[in-house]
Design a protein around this ligand. Structure first.
Ligand SMILES: Cc1cc2nc3c(=O)[nH]c(=O)nc-3n(C[C@H](O)[C@H](O)[C@H](O)COP(=O)(O)OP(=O)(O)OC[C@H]3O[C@@H](n4cnc5c(N)ncnc54)[C@H](O)[C@@H]3O)c2cc1C
Length: 305
């Protein structure tokens, strides 16, 4: 990361919210469910399916959690009514994990039960390392009742090679990603090449074991490994899917769709867009550069924007 990007990231707290909003708007469908529906319809026209995420994390108020769970129910109803090809992604801390484990499990179980009525599916996102054990346990316990749930694993964690052992036995439905949180050095790989190699190792093990994997990446090298493994194992198109975040690497997304791979796009929406946006921007400093230009452009009042 160059010095300019470091400065830009350091400045994030003082950048006016509307500027963050403008830059981040390509990564977020909007504030309302109807905004997400519109985006999903346009993705369908491009040949992609979706997973919808109601933005929010680290809830501390049980009423807030119940409201979020209610919105998930509504999302499933709308997906069905509008005949969208989309499932939903949930974050355990948004649904009360930091309040109480059982309370959180009840919420996600209820969402899975409602999804099951429609033959739909619930993906449990993976958050930072303080949630990993509980999230795997949530997945396993809910899966005992409803098999329309899936889990996310992170290739940057040392532990993931061990975590996949029981999951391979149950042929779990998994999304494999690199991992987005800034984790302590002792538990994760920091070297980019090692993370890519570990991703490839995990992906190969999971696909060999017959797990359905959502290959969640925008990284060309990781996608090459995925193509190699798919080719070497002679997999059919319905044994895996690629997944990308809304607004990221759209040309690479196009090329995978054109080749006939299934592509699912993660569509976040909701009024809690600000923390999500700043995390996206911190993760990809080249986008933060746009903020810098917007910031100085508008404060100079040079009439460019
Ligand atoms: C569908 C999906 C779901 C995810 N779910 C989770 C989850 O539950 N838990 C979790 O920890 N992580 C999740 N992630 C994030 C993931 O862990 C990575 O942090 C992220 O995908 C970047 O890794 P990469 O493999 O794309 O490679 P990178 O090498 O990081 O990125 C490749 C290129 O893609 C572009 N790019 C990548 N990420 C972004 C971004 N956020 N914004 C703008 N441009 C970007 C950049 O141009 C970059 O050069 C998810 C990712 C996807 C695609």
């Amino acid at each position: 990361m160059d010095i300019l990007n470091k400065i830009t990231i350091g400045m994030m707290p003082v950048v006016p919210k509307p500027i963050v909003g403008r830059v981040a708007s390509r990564y977020i469908a909007g504030e309302k469910l109807s905004d997400a529906v519109k985006v999903i319809k346009s993705l369908h026209e491009l040949g992609a399916v979706a997973t919808i995420d109601l933005l929010g994390e680290n809830s501390s108020d049980p009423d807030h959690v119940r409201k979020a769970a209610g919105t998930y129910m509504e999302m499933l109803d709308i997906i069905e009514a509008e005949k969208l090809d989309s499932n939903v992604s949930v974050k355990p801390t948004h649904l009360g994990l930091k309040i109480d484990y059982d309370f959180c499990r009840e919420q996600i179980t209820a969402i899975a039960a409602h999804a099951a009525e429609y033959g739909n599916f619930v993906r449990i996102d993976m958050e930072d390392h303080t949630c990993t054990d509980d999230t795997i346990r949530l997945y396993q316990e809910i899966h005992d009742q409803y098999d329309n749930v899936g889990l996310v694993l992170q290739a940057y964690l040392h532990r993931t090679i061990n975590d996949i052992q029981p999951l391979m036995k149950m042929k779990a439905n998994l999304r494999l990603c690199k991992g987005i949180y800034i984790e302590p050095r002792r538990i994760c790989y920091r070297n980019r090449n090692i993370v890519i190699r570990n991703y490839a190792l995990l992906l190969e093990e999971l696909l060999k074991a017959g797990c359905y994997v959502g290959i969640a990446t925008h990284c060309e090298e990781t996608i090459w490994h995925a193509r190699r493994i798919i080719y070497q194992l002679g997999l059919k198109r319905d044994q895996y899917e690629f997944q990308m975040l809304l607004g990221v690497q759209e040309q690479l997304r196009r090329s995978l769709i054109d080749e006939g791979h299934k592509m699912r796009v993660y569509v976040p929406f909701g009024d809690e867009w600000y923390p999500y946006s700043t995390r996206r921007l911190k993760e990809n400093p080249s986008i933060a550069g746009h903020i810098m230009r917007d910031f100085f452009g508008s404060s100079r009042g040079d009439g460019k924007r």
